[in-house]
Design a protein around this ligand. Sequence first.
Ligand code: LHQ
Length: 259
Amino acid sequence: TVLCAFADGVLTLTLNRPEKLNAFDEDMHVALRAGFDRAATDDGVRAVLVTGAGRGFCAGQDLGNRDPRKWTEPPNLGRTLDTYYNPLLKRIRGLAKPVICAVNGVAAGAGANVAIACDLVLAARSARFIEAFAKIGLVPDAGGTWTLPHLVGEARAKALALTGEPISAEDAARWGLIWKVVDDDALMDEARALAARLAAGPTLGLGLTKKLIQEAPGRSLEAQLDAERDAQARAGRSADYAEGVTAFLEKRPARFVGR
Ligand code: LHQ
């Protein structure tokens, strides 16, 4: 249910239940987790690219196997979050490597929030983002109530979450929900090129940069300056810093090794 391919330092994870617009079932969660576990433990993986097979990116939780007409009692959705979605979000945010998301089509519910939790989000011009939760009586999950206001501010976060109305890829980019829109035909080429470029980058420094930016909202400027000092001290001891400066002085492209 998730295609996993590795080339040029990039681990590409393709959600692959296209007949269900790649809605999450347990198998897909387990397979995606295995992909991110590999990304975390394999030094050869220096960037992750997440995308979807078929015409959708991800329609969120699979509602097909949650038919209320067959309940004896309501399911414990908190347990679903504890078991699957919350660990996935922590994997994406906690990975010390760039995660690129190529949103190839509609991203709804938890699918939208998984997409916007990634570090660099490109979307096909035809893609839409839908905080669909309100339509079925739920609250945004997969980090949405945290990610949305951070990215677009409280007013727009509430509008998206309370109405459940779709937002186009272009508006999403204009609002800062995602990084940019790409023509449908060009999406995967551009996403792959970006992922390969990042995978050839100074991975240790990029990982520290990601962490600093993510942690900044919870800190004072003073505390953030201290965190930058500590991270810079670490980056300054990396092989890639020495290589980067040497390459600059020798007027040639740097050959980063990721450490
Ligand atoms: C689907 C789904 C789907 C199953 C399309 N499930 N089959 C977390 C924890 C625990 C529980 C609950 O939730 C959560 C978090 C969540 O993610 S809640 C939000 C769940 N997602 C939604 O509410 C979105 C439901 N889907 C839609 O509103 C539409 O399908 C969208 C707007 C995404 C796409 O619309 P269309 O382009 O018109 O496609 P479609 O509706 O015709 O869907 C194509 C097929 O995919 C269709 O199957 P069929 O057999 O009729 O061809 C859909 O039933 C199926 N599908 N989403 N979530």
